[in-house]
Design a protein around this ligand. Structure first.
Ligand code: MG
Length: 362
């Protein structure tokens, strides 16, 4: 499926993008240039938005834009904005900034200054390119309509990569309007995952999961909690490394995802998990979080035991959790408590752990 029709957090990317323009008070009409074969996908994605009729694209990007501009001939608007369907994070204020710049200029594009040092080379660096005065062009690119139509007609058949280049070739003055890094062009699978996390974060909506686990003591000389080896005169029994804290955490993550429990994902009967480091379970659960297009809001974990004394080990345990979850330590709660000698933990028969996980969801 062409990427602009792919769902982002359940809504086609094209729909997200066009909605921002359709609902913008300074925009009178929005038309999408599509491949004629994609008509059904287009209809499904844009239902009810009140767009102008779609326009058939050409062989190359530049041909498609020219077709789009030609289709507006009848209405001949004062201004036109050309935008990538794959940039769904454009904000209305930046659209307005481009339009406002057309008072002074023939064109105006959103762009961000290059901050990284630029290198030229193939396998090795041949030289360092000055980034002074360099910008990365984004869209929308806004133009006085008749000027950009004439420029595109004159440049027909060339292979320029954006409309500002077409305008520059025609000698038009094009303003650089500072844009935002967030105005991501969703191109690769990695971009899709990032876009979903951005949407989840922006939604502010969360889901919560809880987890609880117990492991009994057996003979040994250390326990493993949150992936940290802690000297003790007993060890925890279990088919994996018996990291009771990480097991509670994994169950909380799975709970927030509505994705079952640790026993279903990593059955004790499966020899693969015999003696396994529990970090593997956390890594799998984190992959499920990414696959679901969600991200952690915060994590809170309580380990319950009389001994060993976990106080001195808490910084190392927190850091290990931060690393495993790819989350700042400030969003990880880690507590150790006793049960005042009461119950199985009080009698020193084992260690219990409970966890709460909150995920941002779009
Ligand atoms: Mg367990």
């Amino acid at each position: 499926m062409p990427k602009q029709f792919l769902p982002l957090a359940g809504e086609p990317m094209l729909r997200r993008t066009t909605k921002i323009f359709v609902t913008h008070p300074e925009i009178d009409g929005v038309a999408v240039v599509i491949h004629p074969d994609d008509r059904a996908l287009y209809d499904g994605a844009t239902q009810g938005l009140g767009l102008l009729d779609p326009i058939a694209g050409g062989a190359k990007r530049q041909d498609s834009v020219l077709n789009g501009l030609e289709a507006l001939k009848e209405s001949a608007p004062d201004h036109v904005l050309i935008h990538d369907a794959a940039r769904p994070f454009i904000i209305p204020r930046d659209v307005s900034a481009c339009i406002a710049a057309l008072v002074e200029r023939d064109g105006a594009i959103l762009a961000v200054p290059v901050r990284d040092t630029l290198k030229r080379g193939k396998q090795c660096i041949t030289d360092t390119v000055s980034r002074d005065g360099l910008w990365r062009a984004q869209t929308p690119q806004a133009f006085r309509y008749l000027a950009i139509l004439a420029a595109h007609r004159a440049a027909a058949g060339e292979a320029l990569t954006d409309d500002a280049a077409v305008a520059e070739k025609a000698g038009l003055s094009v303003a650089l309007v500072p844009g935002k890094e967030n105005n991501l062009k969703v191109t690769t699978a990695e971009d899709v995952a990032l876009a979903e996390r951005m949407l989840a974060l922006a939604s502010g909506k969360t889901r919560v999961g809880s987890g609880f686990d117990v492991h009994r003591f057996t003979e040994g000389d250390h326990v493993i909690l949150c992936g940290v080896s802690i000297p003790h005169d007993r060890a925890l029994a279990g088919h994996s490394d018996a990291d009771v804290a990480l097991h509670a955490l994994v169950d909380a993550i799975l709970g927030a995802l509505g994705a079952g429990d640790i026993g279903e994902h990593f059955p004790p009967s499966d020899a693969r998990w015999h003696g396994a480091e529990s970090r593997v379970f956390v890594e799998r659960a984190c992959q499920l979080v990414r696959d679901a297009g969600t991200c952690f809001a915060n994590v809170d974990l309580t380990v319950i035991c009389e001994r060993p004394n976990l106080g001195p080990h808490k910084p190392a345990m927190s850091e290990r959790l931060a690393e495993l979850l790819d989350l700042p330590v400030g969003r990880i709660g880690l507590k150790a408590t006793t049960t005042e000698g009461l119950g199985f933990t009080g009698r020193g028969e084992g260690i219990a752990a409970q966890a709460v996980v909150s995920l941002f969801v779009a």
